[in-house]
Every structure is written in C-alpha cells, then in structure tokens.
Write a protein that binds this ligand. Structure first.
Ligand SMILES: [Zn+2]
Length: 223
C-alpha cells in the first residue's frame, strides 16, 4: 500500500472542499492548459480576462465552481517573475477550484495544522495553510493556497481539524497573489523542510519527482 492506494480506498460520500451547500453537480471541469484553443485570444495572466473566461465557462454550464489543472502546462505564470528565468516553472501540481471570493474552504479530511503563512510575492499563494493527515500507517499533507488573510487569524500549529471544519475562505486578487479567486489544493507526500509553503508549479525537468510526491487530488474528490 502507498498513499495513492489509500486515497483510492476512501469511499465516503462526496468529500467537500468548498462550501458544502454547493453540490458537486454544480462543478464543471476547466481547461487552462496551453492546448486549450479557446485561450488563444485570452490573456489569462490578466485577472479580469481570466475571470471573464471562467465566468463564461460557469455560465454556459450553469455551474458555480470550475475545477481542474493537475499537471496542466499553463501560460498563467508567464508574466510572473516568481516563476521566470531559465528554469521557468509552468506545470501545475495541484488542483484549482475557481469560485467567488469569500467562499468557505472546508477540511476534506481530519488532520492537524502543520504550518501556515502569507506568501506575499506577486504570483505566489498569498495566505496558505498546510494540514498533516494520517491514514493507516501513512502520513501526508494537504496545502490550501490563495486564501483570505482572515483565514490565518488565530491559527496555531498542531491545532486539531475535523473533516468538514471550515479552515478559511477564498481570498480576493489583492491578497491571493494576483489571481482570479480560486483555491489551490495540493496533496504532498513528503513535505521536506517546507513550512507554510511548498512549490505548486514545477519545471518539466522536475516533473517525475513532483508528480510522485504530489498525487492527483481528484483521487480524493472523485469529480
Ligand atoms: Zn493552483
């Protein structure tokens, strides 16, 4: 058994990550990859254009949450110095859930607070929380990025979190690193020395390592 097999065995009824009053039937897949021809005329690095595109997808599908992005190669980071340089990072390691700012973020599994922080570099996560989970003999972590600043108020390391507890809300572009509001959710097997932060995007030369260390979050949500 490994963490991936353990995650596959969790068969609880819908596991909620956002406000449980939004049914999974209101979720629609979103393709933000460089292969999506609809994005050819959209500058998704501009918050308003990105939001407009997402709103169109939501409206066309009568949906409230647009999700996706695991191992997606994206142009979203091309303007941010945080990802630039000769080893430019553009492969997304988590799953994103695009929904209005202020939407409740819930713990999908029980755990404890491993760490948290406000990663304020433009293009980064902004307010971020990492939880530690134990399933059987395995320990792994989940990361929640692009939260509101209030999500970190009064938080303490090792705080016990129950499944379904509200751990925060989605932040606005001004505090979330400069993006249309969304939750970045990532599973991490080995957190290494990271604290309140972990790479959410990688260069393709590092993809083998990260794809293994960061399993597909949809193993949990089964959307
Ligand atoms: Zn993301």
């Amino acid at each position: 058994m490994d963490v991936i097999q353990i995650l596959r065995t969790i068969q609880n009824d819908p596991i909620h990550l956002l406000d449980a009053e939004i049914p999974h039937a209101s979720y629609v897949p979103l393709d933000l990859s460089v292969d999506n021809s609809e994005l050819k005329t959209v500058d998704i690095t501009a918050v308003s254009e990105c939001q407009h595109y997402i709103d169109q997808v939501l409206e066309a599908n009568h949906a409230r949450v647009a999700y996706g992005g695991y191992l997606e190669k994206r142009a979203l980071y091309s303007k941010s110095e945080n990802f630039a340089g000769p080893t430019a990072r553009n492969i997304h390691l988590g799953m994103d859930f695009w929904c209005v700012a202020g939407t409740k973020v819930l713990a999908p599994l029980e755990g404890t607070v491993h760490s948290f922080g406000n990663n304020t570099t433009p293009g980064d996560y902004g307010p971020t929380i990492i939880l530690r989970h134990t399933l059987g003999d395995f320990e792994f972590y989940s990361l929640y990025g692009h939260l509101s600043e209030a999500s970190l108020d009064g938080l303490k390391k090792s705080k016990i979190i129950h499944q379904g507890d509200q751990i925060g809300t989605l932040g606005v572009a001004k505090v979330n690193g400069g993006y249309a509001p969304h939750l970045h959710f990532q599973l991490i097997v080995d957190i290494q020395e990271y604290d309140g932060d972990y790479p959410g995007v990688c260069h393709e030369t590092d993809l083998n390592f990260y794809a293994k260390n960061c399993p597909n979050p949809n193993l949990l949500f089964k959307l």
